[in-house]
Design a protein around this ligand. Structure first.
Ligand code: F6P
Length: 357
């Protein structure tokens, strides 16, 4: 363990935004500057702001009144300083520029609040000799070595409310309502909100689906008098055929998204009237839920505790209900998917939910 004393830190938020980022910034700011007198530098727009030195010294007043605010007061970007294919004129020089600005700012540690890409970049910076600290945020909840990431609970709330609202209109019109959620390549958001909202079918990328099995389930429900159904589809969901196909799925925008593909199959096989709702960025916007505020605050103070102790290159994490931390090396480059034996999958099956497999 290093004996270094942390006197000055930088904070950045990178990747897609989510509710709880400001709660985390506030937590780190209040604990570091307010309680321990550590200087805090805010870096604008993720790693882009560190490459271009868009930074400012944050004051205690910057951390007031932001706990409940969505988005991030620092701004974010999807800048990937180590990207190999990068048309930018600065390409190839970005890691060095980050190191120069880190030194110029006299930082003892760089706090990187973000998802998979951000934590991987943070780890690579640690390999260059920078001290870094990670905080896991993403509505996708797909970071390795943590059971939950902040942002996820708020997104589950939004998706669940959408399912509740779709239920009443589905019932009135005897329709099949397909709801497409985000989640990237993982099914956490669709699974949690689908179970919470009582989805009749839940499709996640981890379990390739058979359109025939979905149709069978919907027809069976109709025979039993339930003429409407809710189908929750994760954006990364694939049919067995798509999952087995050697040709990579076409990039976003060039083919209908998962919700539309599933809806087309359902209409073809069941002849039931089907409608699609793609929730999109509504899932990432707005105020953080109480759980996300608490999680972001607890993870923020965990990071400050580590930095005070001179322990770097770790990510705050939640494991089995406890706030702890893990080495960044164990997180970098990994994606945490829903395991086939996850208890919520079992619960969904036991209450009669079709998972399409
Ligand atoms: O990482 C969160 C996420 O919301 C994913 O679920 C989604 O695929 C992606 O970001 C889209 O975000 P953007 O358009 O900002 O790249």
């Amino acid at each position: 363990m290093s004996k270094a004393k942390t006197r000055s830190i930088g904070i950045l938020t990178a990747g897609g935004d989510c509710p709880g980022l400001n709660a985390a910034i506030r937590s780190i700011g209040k604990a570091a500057l307010g309680t321990h007198g550590i200087e805090v530098v805010g870096i604008s727009a993720g790693f882009y702001g560190l490459i271009t030195n868009q930074t400012r010294r944050l004051r205690e007043s910057d951390f007031s009144g932001i706990l409940t605010q969505g988005g991030t007061i620092l701004g974010s970007s999807r800048e990937k300083p180590f990207a190999e294919k990068d048309d930018d004129a600065l390409s190839g020089h970005k890691p060095e520029m980050i190191r120069e600005n880190y030194d110029k700012l006299h930082l003892d540690c760089l706090v990187c609040i973000g998802g998979n890409g951000t934590q991987t970049t943070a780890w690579r910076l640690s390999q260059m000799g920078l001290n870094v600290m990670g905080l896991p945020k993403t509505i996708d909840n797909d970071l390795a070595e943590t059971d939950f990431c902040f942002g996820f609970y708020s997104a589950v709330d939004v998706c669940t409310e959408a399912i509740d609202r779709l239920h009443t209109t589905a019932h009135s019109h005897n329709r099949i309502m397909v709801l497409e959620t985000m989640g990237h390549k993982a099914g956490w958001l669709a699974l949690y909100s689908g179970v919470a909202g009582g989805g009749d079918v839940i499709l996640i990328p981890e379990l390739p689906y058979s359109p025939e099995k979905i149709a069978e389930h919907l027809i069976d429900r109709a025979r039993k008098g339930k003429q409407f159904s809710i189908v929750v589809v994760a954006e990364g969901a694939k049919s067995v055929k798509e999952a087995g196909s050697k040709t990579k799925m076409k990039i976003k925008g060039s083919k209908p998204s998962a919700g539309y593909r599933v809806a087309a199959e359902i209409e073809k096989l069941t002849r039931m009237e089907t409608r699609v709702t793609v929730l999109g960025y509504l899932q990432r916007g707005g105020i953080p839920s109480p759980m996300d505020r608490a999680l972001a605050t607890a993870m923020g103070t965990e990071a400050v505790k580590l930095m005070i102790a001179g322990e770097y290159n770790r990510m705050a994490s939640m494991k089995a209900g406890e706030i702890t931390s893990v080495p960044l090396e164990a997180v970098a480059g990994k994606t945490r998917k829903v395991p086939a034996g996850h208890p919520l999958i079992e619960s969904a099956r036991m209450v009669g939910t079709c998972l399409g497999d």
